[in-house]
Every structure is written in C-alpha cells, then in structure tokens.
Write a protein that binds this ligand. Structure first.
Ligand code: IMP
Length: 210
C-alpha cells in the first residue's frame, strides 16, 4: 500500500480551503499554510491568472517539498478592457488583512459601478475566471480553468457570497451570485467548474502514483 499523499493548499482564505477539500473529496491529507512553519509570502504579481496560480503553486512546492495546489481568480469586464482582472482583490487600492475584506469589497464594487455608469446593459458583459495549478517541487502536475459568464448590474443586489457577487448577474438563473445559496453558486461558479475539471485528473494522478 502506498502512503497517503499530502497536498498543501496554498491559500490563507479558510473558505477556499473548505470548498476545495470538500469538492475534490480525494484520499489525500490536506494541509494549509497555517500547518507549515512560516514561509515568505509569494507575490501575486503575474499578468495572468494562470501565471499567478503557477507562481504560488511552484513557489510553495519548492519551499516546502510538498505537492501544492494554488488558485487565482477574479473578474474580467469587457467594457473595461478586462479590468479588474488580476487586480480584482485590490482594484480600489491595496489588498489589506482579512478584517477589512468587506470594506475593500464595497470599495471595489463602488469603483466598478462608477466606471460603468454610462455603459448600457447589453455592453456590461463580464466573466469570473478561476485558474487552478497543482505543482510538485520539480514540475507542474495539473492546470485547469473555470469561468462563469454574466452581466454587471447597476447596483448591489443580494447579501450572500463575497467580492463582486452582489453586482454579478447570471441571466439564465435570473439572479445575482449574491442571491444564490453556497450550493447554487458552487454548481455554476468559475471555481466550481475549475475544481470539477481538476478532480478526475487528480484521481488519475493519485492512482498512477506519479
Ligand atoms: P484571489 O483571492 O487572489 O484569487 O482574489 C480574487 C479576487 O477576485 C477576490 O478578492 C474577489 O474580489 C474576486 N473574486 C474571485 N472569485 C470571486 C467570487 O466567486 N465572487 C466574487 N468575487 C470574486
């Protein structure tokens, strides 16, 4: 019998860890950064979501010697030339500590709505994007991508979720992401889609033991 594989999830966001572990449901011992001795934080200064996910996965894998899973996600708005993109978390200023997250979310939303105030409904197309990357200290093992298409509203609607959820309207469900339950969101979300694509690839990798 081979040993149970340990995989480090390289995020400080506890919500993401719970979601990723539950959805992947693999025979793996999941670790998070808090389980590790202090490691210098890896900058998310890439130009694309894929680059940032790779940088974090490869960087923490090299630092710890463990297989490491990292994600990078954000909002891409067509009328803003793809902004806020990789800067989604810090669109209105610098990213701060967890305690200020709600305030930062509100400021990010306010800036987005202001920039879009003269843009008509049909031109307010946008998508959430999520990139996942699993790396060993030597190489990339798995990379996947998930998206969710929608329209940016002209005001906040709904109270669930986080980030840009209250202004992201999903036409086929006729509601914003902030009006969805966690389960409803997972079933269609960019992160949910990236994880669903990732799962069979991880299962195969664990089976072959490479
Ligand atoms: P990350 O934690 O570096 O991936 O930052 C992603 C940022 O993109 C978050 O802080 C949010 O502003 C935004 N974002 C990513 N996923 C979502 C989502 O599911 N809903 C709302 N906003 C999101």
């Amino acid at each position: 019998m081979s040993e149970i594989k340990e995989i480090l999830v390289a995020t400080g966001n506890p919500g993401k860890i719970v979601e990723i572990r539950a959805m992947l449901d693999a025979d793996v011992r999941w670790l998070c950064l808090a389980d590790m001795p202090p490691i210098a934080e890896i900058e998310e200064d890439g130009l694309t979501f894929a680059e940032n996910a790779y940088k974090k996965a490869a960087g923490y894998a090299k630092a710890t010697g463990l297989w490491t899973l990292a994600d990078d996600s954000g909002l891409v708005i067509d009328a803003l030339g793809g902004a806020p993109g990789v800067k989604s978390a810090r669109f209105s200023g610098e990213k701060t500590k967890d305690a200020d997250r709600t305030l930062i979310d509100h400021r990010n939303i306010a800036k987005t709505l202001e920039l879009l105030k003269d843009v008509p409904k049909e031109k307010r197309t946008a998508r959430f994007v999520c990139r996942l990357c699993l790396a060993s200290p030597e190489r990339i093992l798995i990379e996947t991508k998930g998206t969710l298409e929608g329209l940016i509203t002209d005001k906040e609607i709904g109270r669930n979720g986080f980030g840009y959820d209250p202004i992201f309207f999903v036409p086929h469900l006729n509601k914003t992401v902030a009006q969805m339950t966690g389960e409803e969101k997972n079933a269609i979300s960019h992160r949910g889609n990236a994880i669903r694509e990732f799962k069979p690839l991880l299962d195969e990798l664990l089976k072959t033991g490479l």
